[in-house]
Structure formats: C-alpha cells, structure tokens
Design a protein around this ligand. Structure first.
Ligand SMILES: Cc1cc2nc3c(=O)[nH]c(=O)nc-3n(C[C@H](O)[C@H](O)[C@H](O)COP(=O)(O)OP(=O)(O)OC[C@H]3O[C@@H](n4cnc5c(N)ncnc54)[C@H](O)[C@@H]3O)c2cc1C
Length: 467
C-alpha cells in the first residue's frame, strides 16, 4: 500500500491548490477525484464556463447596443449559439487540462475515483466500475466542495428545469426564463440568457437582491439590471412548477403568504444557493463533526474533530468562493508542512460578473452600523470618470468606507465597469491596513477607471477633485 504525506479528496480550487502548494513544499501528494476532469465545480461547471458565457454574451450585447454609438456599423449581429457554447467548452478544457499538467509538473498522483475516509490516515478509493483500493496518508484534506441546493416542489431534470449546470449549456435560447433566486449565480446566468434574447423573470424570497452585499450597491444593481430588461419579483416564493404540459407553469406567491399566481416559462433555473457536499465520505463513521448546515467543522488551523484530517473550501464555513478555497488550500498545505499558514477573512473580495460588475471587499455600511463603528463614506460616480465616459460605461460608482477616527479603510464597494478587476487595489490597501488618505494620495494613471477609486478615497478622507 502506498503511503503519502498528504491525500487530498477533491480537485476543485481548494483541493488542487492545496496539493500543488504541498508538493512545492516537498510533500508526497495524491489527489482523489471522482469526476472525469480536474478543477471541481469552479473550472468545470462554475466560475470558468459562466465567465466565458458572460463575456461572449456581453460582446453580443455591445455589438447590438453600443457599436452604433461608437460609430461602428456591423449590421444586426447574429447569434451562433453552438459556436458560443463551443468557445465556453474549449475554455473549460484548457483550464481543466491545465490542472492535469500542473499535477504532473509537481509530481502529484491524480487518482480517479470516489474517496472515503476509512479511518485516520486511511482513504478508500472506489473506481468507476466499483473496484476499491486503499491508500494511506499522514494527513488527509477534505476538499469535496458543494452542490446546488434543491427546492421542494421543483424537480430539476437539467432539460427544462435546470440547475446552474444545465443553464450553462442550454441548446437554444429560451423565450421565457424564470430564475429562482436573485443571488450571484441567478443574476449572472439570467443576464447571459437575457442578452441572448430571453425574457427573464427573477423570483426572490427576500425583499432585495444579492443578500449580504452592501445595500446601496445591490439597489443600484437592481435598478440597472431592471433597465436592461430583467424583471424582478421580490418578496415572492415559488411554491412549485407544473411541468406536465409543453409550457412550464411556475406558481409564485407572496413570501408572506397570499394568493399564488402563475408565470409561464420555457426554462426554469433553480439558483437558491449551494450546500456542502460530503456524500459517501464516511464522516459519521470516522467521527468527523459537521454543523447544522452540513459543513465540516474546522478550527482556525483547518483541523477537523479527528486528528490528521483537515477540511477547506466550500465544504467548511465562510463564503463559497473559489479564491477563498484557494487561499485556504495554500494555508492548509503550509500548516501540514509545519509552516504558519493563514487566511485573512477580513479581506476576501466578492464579485458579481453582471454588466456592470459589482465588487466588494471588507465591511458593508449595514455591518458597520450594526457593529456601532463610526465611519465616513466617500463616493465617486463613473459618470464623472473620463475613461468610463469614453467606454460608454457611465453607470455605477465606487464607495470607500473609512473609520471615522483612524481613516483606515474598512470596506470598498464598486458597481461599474471592470469592478472585479478594480477591487484588487482595495484588497492590497486593506491587507496593509491602509487609510483613505493613503489611497487618495497614491498616483493613479490617467485616464483609467481606477481614478474613480482614488476619488472615492479622497471623498472619504476630505474632498474629491473631480466632483
Ligand atoms: C455557476 C457557478 C458560478 C460560480 N462562479 C464563481 C465565481 O465567479 N467566482 C468564485 O469565486 N466562485 C464562483 N463559484 C463558486 C466556486 O465554484 C466554488 O466556491 C469553488 O469551486 C469551491 O471550491 P472547492 O475546491 O471547495 O470545491 P469544488 O470546486 O466544488 O470541488 C470539489 C471537488 O471534489 C470532488 N469530490 C467530491 N466528493 C468527492 C469524493 N468523495 N471523492 C473524490 N472526489 C470528490 C468533486 O467532484 C469536485 O471536483 C461559482 C459556482 C457556480 C456553481
């Protein structure tokens, strides 16, 4: 039987990054993956394919709406959906095979099969035809990720009633798409199909979109998305979907209770969230504790309740984000190798890749108010930014929240062009505990979108120049 220093179960961004970091630090490593390709949810059916479709559908939308104003005449753009989907699949393939290459380069053994923990230091692998083999490990990392959360009364068939996975590969543009859930995934995939021609209705149980995101940002985001054509049914719940006829009949009723009404749809996307995936891992048998949301419980060093077994990524507490999983992967590998691995949960950005994008890092105004922290808010609109005007990207703003007493930046929230790229600057500043004045005094290239961040910082500290 082979004994490894580390066996990682799951090859998503948490697992594969952990494996690579551990191998770099000199450990012998194996990764057990049940799916045919590496990369987990993120590379196969999550971040990467959704961003490929968001990019291409945005180009399609721009060609239709912005090109004439730019003085570019191309006629009416025609959609070649199979080619668009093929591009997405090619991007996925390049990324997943990239992980296979990195495993080889770092001498990591990739083992195809479903892993279960048969005891401390013991992993049993069941291959695709039911054969089993056992491997031993000085340390085990659970990185089994998450799966979409089902909605009672709505049966996903991945054809007409789809999860995010089905929504990434619809063979034709639906006439009417109903999205259940106004979270990140629902809004991103709703945007994709709206741009390609679908009429999209988003039904959300809460009275706002994007729960957890800064309220002002979410409100502005809703206004802009509604202007683009998304219809929002907030404070509403889907009681069921009747799939017996050619047309799907979605029963929608007020969240507080009341009369249901029917919305007709060709496709329904269930996007109400994700839950940890631990099926068949043998957690109960091994005595690994989980919480009431089925998340594997870990301490601040990512140790589970059983010695030598660690967990990270979507399967543990914290935001379900690929970069959070990756950073935890690095930290866990370093801890196992005897170093001081650490993740700063106060500086984990979150991005919604709609158009415009929305990006946040640090605390929201609501959180600061609830914590009784005095702060100053500095805002700067993209309509006053020269580069944004040139790009016809005037919607949105940057908001910098700074501690009223110390001027330390506590949160940055951006809705606007390339917000997901712009937020990186705020992360660097906050990681180094920078102040709004620091950010406002840093020289920013002109004309760039990033000048809006500088101006918002100046507004939080004293006064902006260009407003
Ligand atoms: C549509 C969509 C879009 C998203 N977009 C973004 C985005 O833009 N940015 C972002 O940060 N996040 C995004 N996410 C979330 C992101 O995909 C997850 O946070 C991330 O993949 C979590 O990484 P992970 O390594 O914890 O788990 P996963 O990526 O879920 O990987 C877990 C792996 O473990 C394997 N596995 C599970 N059980 C076993 C077992 N017993 N044996 C062997 N293998 C097993 C699975 O097959 C899988 O490959 C998106 C998710 C979806 C669904």
């Amino acid at each position: 039987m082979t004994t490894y220093d580390l066996v990682v179960i799951g090859s998503g961004p948490g697992g594969y990054v952990c494996a690579i970091r551990a191998a770099q630090l000199g450990l012998s490593v194996a990764v057990v993956e049940k799916d045919a390709t590496y990369g987990g949810t993120c590379l196969n059916v999550g971040c990467i394919p959704s961003k490929a479709l968001l990019h291409t559908s945005e180009m399609f939308d721009k060609a239709t709406h912005d090109f004439p104003a730019f003085g570019i005449e191309v006629g009416t753009p025609r959609l070649d959906l199979p080619a668009m989907l093929a591009h997405k699949d090619a991007v996925v393939e390049a990324n997943t095979s990239g992980v296979a290459y990195l495993f080889k380069k770092n001498k990591i053994d990739g083992i195809r099969g479903t892993g279960s923990i048969s005891g401390p230091g013991k992993v049993r692998v069941t291959d695709t035809v039911g054969g089993t083999s056992d491997i031993e490990a000085k340390a085990i990392v659970i990185a089994t990720g998450s799966e979409w959360t089902p909605l009672p009364g709505v049966t996903v068939d991945e054809k007409r009633i789809v999860s995010s996975t089905g929504a990434l590969s619809l063979p034709v543009v639906p006439k009417r798409l109903v999205v259940i859930g106004a979270g990140v995934i629902g809004l991103e995939l709703g945007s994709v199909w709206r741009r390609l021609g679908a009429t999209v209705t988003v039904v959300e149980y809460l009275d706002r979109i994007l729960p957890g995101m800064d309220g002002e940002l979410a409100k502005q985001g809703q206004r802009i998305l509604a202007k683009q054509g998304l219809t929002f049914r907030l404070a509403s719940k889907v009681a069921g979907v009747d799939a017996s006829g050619d047309v799907l009949k979605v029963a929608v009723e007020p969240a507080a209770g009341g009369t249901a009404e029917t919305i007709e749809a060709d496709i329904v996307l269930v996007a109400i969230g994700r839950r940890p995936f631990t099926e068949g891992l043998g957690l109960a048998e091994t005595g690994i504790a989980v919480d009431d949301r089925r998340r594997v419980i870990v301490d601040e060093h990512f140790r589970t309740s059983v010695a030598g077994i660690y967990a990270l990524g979507d399967v543990v507490r914290g935001p379900m984000l690929a970069h959070k999983a990756e950073d935890e992967g690095v930290a866990v590998a370093e801890i196992i190798a005897g170093q001081a691995g650490h993740v700063n949960y106060g500086v984990i950005p979150a991005v919604v890749y709609t158009h415009p994008e929305m990006a946040s890092v640090g605390r929201t105004e609501e959180e600061l108010k609830a914590a009784g922290i005095e702060y100053r808010a500095g805002k700067f609109p993209f309509s006053a930014n020269g580069r944004a005007r040139a790009m016809l990207e005037k919607d949105g703003f940057v908001k910098v929240l700074a501690d009223a007493a110390t001027d330390r930046v506590l949160g940055v929230h951006i809705i606007g062009p390339l917000a997901g790229e712009l937020i990186g600057e705020a992360c660097v500043l906050m990681e180094f505990a920078g102040a709004a004045e620091d950010l406002g005094r840093i020289c920013h290239a002109h004309p760039t979108l990033s000048e809006a961040i500088k101006e918002a910082a100046l507004a939080a500290w004293f006064k902006p120049i260009h407003l």
